[in-house]
Design a protein around this ligand. Structure first.
Ligand SMILES: NC(=O)c1ccc[n+]([C@@H]2O[C@H](COP(=O)([O-])OP(=O)(O)OC[C@H]3O[C@@H](n4cnc5c(N)ncnc54)[C@H](O)[C@@H]3O)[C@@H](O)[C@H]2O)c1
Length: 342
């Protein structure tokens, strides 16, 4: 039997590289990773994966339609991960978020329309419904049925969510009309080694290593539920490979809702911090509570997160500690001032 063919658009990024690793270890597929390395990097982790002859790499900017000519036309599974992400980016380059994410979505949909791909998975975000919780007090933990809301259409912060809403609608509706299957996952605070540098967890590692004291706890009573990368990968692959997921949206995360203060104190314990903590203001525009209801993914996909947040945190902080202590340069303009950037 011919091997299944898989394409990961944006596959050199945090989640894409981990899906590639999982598939190469657990499936006998032919895998193509496509990326422009605007954020994902050709680092030792990617280079190691590419030693596997089943994995190949295409480098290109997929906001340009001609780049799709490098792809084949008959993948079994396409993971659509390519996107500009991050709260900092929405504030600094909101126009680029609109241009790049919209072009990536539109070009991918038009390419799918003209190709013979069997199924695509679009990666969306809890940000699409953050406004509903804030404006209407909708329930937490939150299921997929929640209406999506943009609270302030002109605010740069919402550009990312606007493009992800376009993606959800675009993939679901092209799929119905254009001869391919589709599923959507909405991620909720996925974390782990090599997740980048513009996020609360790598910030914490840097700040504890820099011995910040007193340690400022931004948004101490905000809540999040953190999902370790291997669980997010498993949920994603389950969503892709289960036929019952066609046309469906799944919340992927954990239901273990914790405060930012709990997260920070646990990180402090890891670094042996003995100083004072001091509460500081909340990062503006940041949702007060976030926790997905993952009952649908549990029931339909048998998705069961396995890594408890404290264990995941130790693994992640350990990775960042080793990274910073090795003197390596972070590959993003990382740490300017502390923000509860989650
Ligand atoms: N990590 C999370 O917690 C989280 C939460 C919600 C949603 N998501 C979504 O999941 C997906 C993957 O997230 P991630 O954390 O791995 O992000 P990431 O930034 O690490 O990965 C995205 C990849 O897309 C690539 N890319 C960007 N523009 C491109 C272009 N023009 N052409 C080709 N490649 C391009 C980047 O280089 C990067 O490698 C994204 O779509 C993101 O919006 C992630």
């Amino acid at each position: 039997m011919e091997k299944k063919k898989v394409l990961l658009l944006g596959g050199a990024g945090f989640i894409g590289l981990n899906i590639t690793k999982f598939l190469s270890e657990n499936r006998d597929y032919t895998i193509t990773v496509a990326d422009n390395f605007s954020r994902g990097k050709k680092d030792e982790y990617l280079i190691k994966l590419l030693e596997n002859p089943a994995i190949s790499m295409i480098e290109g900017d997929f906001t340009v339609p001609a780049t799709y000519d490098q792809l084949e036309k008959d993948y079994d599974y396409v993971y659509m991960l390519a996107s500009v992400v991050g709260v900092n980016n929405t504030l600094e380059i909101p126009h680029e978020i609109i241009r790049i994410n919209t072009a990536l979505i539109y070009n991918t949909l038009e390419w799918l329309k003209a190709s013979f791909v069997k199924k695509v998975l679009f990666t969306s975000t809890s940000e699409c419904y953050a406004g509903t919780i804030d404006a209407f007090g909708y329930k937490v933990p939150t299921p997929e049925t929640i209406p999506l809301t943009i609270e302030d259409i002109g605010h740069p912060r919402f550009t990312y969510a606007v493009t992800k809403m376009l993606g959800e609608s675009g993939f679901l509706n092209y799929s119905r009309k254009c001869g391919f299957e589709c599923t959507i996952v909405r991620y909720h605070n996925v974390f782990g080694p090599r997740m980048g540098f513009k996020h609360v967890i790598p910030h914490l590692a840097q700040r504890f290593l820099a011995n910040e004291t007193p340690f400022l706890v931004y948004g101490h009573d905000q809540t999040r539920s953190f999902c370790y990368i291997t669980d997010a990968v498993e949920g994603t692959v389950l969503a892709m490979e289960n036929e019952r997921s066609n046309g469906e949206i799944f919340h992927i995360g954990t239901m273990d809702e914790i405060t930012i203060e709990e997260l920070i104190r646990e990180a402090g314990n890891f670094f042996g911090y003995k100083g004072e903590y001091e509460n500081a203001p909340t990062y503006p525009g940041s949702v007060a509570r976030r926790c997905p209801d993952i009952t649908k993914a549990k029931n339909m996909l048998q998705f069961e997160p396995k890594i408890n947040w404290k264990d995941g945190l130790k693994l992640t902080l350990g990775w960042y500690k080793a990274f910073f202590e090795s003197g390596k340069e972070s590959f993003e303009k990382a740490f300017e001032k502390p923000k509860a950037n989650v």
